[in-house]
Design a protein around this ligand. Sequence first.
Ligand SMILES: Cc1ncc(COP(=O)(O)O)c(C=O)c1O
Length: 193
Amino acid sequence: MKLLQAKLDKYQEPQKAKAAGIYPYFREISSEQDPEVIINGRKVLMFGSNCYSGLVNHPKIKEAAIEAIKKYGTGCAGSPFLNGTLDIHKELEAKLAEYVGKEDAMIYSTGFGVNLGVVSTLTGREDYILWDEQDHASIIEGRRLSFSQSLKYKHNDMESLENQLKKCDPSKVKLIVTDGVFSMEGDVANLPE
Ligand SMILES: Cc1ncc(COP(=O)(O)O)c(C=O)c1O
């Protein structure tokens, strides 16, 4: 009985916290992801979107997605390494590489996946990853998965970065990882310096 009560209390905690306005919850959007969206039946302005290009609702892209679903179905049914690579993935990678003037490209389904996959594997056990303390969570998770030594520097502070660089063995690889535009503060990485 005690156990049941404890379980019930635990279950009710999020409800209470939500009612008190201190628990994160998910707002349901019932429209396209435009500058204006519908939440709870009301039109509101959207300031949190990552869809900077607005292409998510472009008629041509919607049409292409519908055609792709008709041909390939709604999923890849496997990891890219095994059976999950489609011909249209390779076509897109080739076009993206050409667009940015590079030899090749690799697509991921989310930005989080990119940082998790790339940051964790670029450097070796004896190398270094230097990261800005305000880097996005995906970068933090990526460097946590890496075997390299990790050194944090103060946000956008080049003196702090320099000090951390001085601690590194000059003969090893040093990877400095920073957001381009920091997602919380909105400030820009000090690349010129
Ligand atoms: C700076 C930054 N990096 C990475 C991500 C992760 O991207 P995604 O939502 O595509 O996983 C986000 C947003 O969520 C972001 O703001």
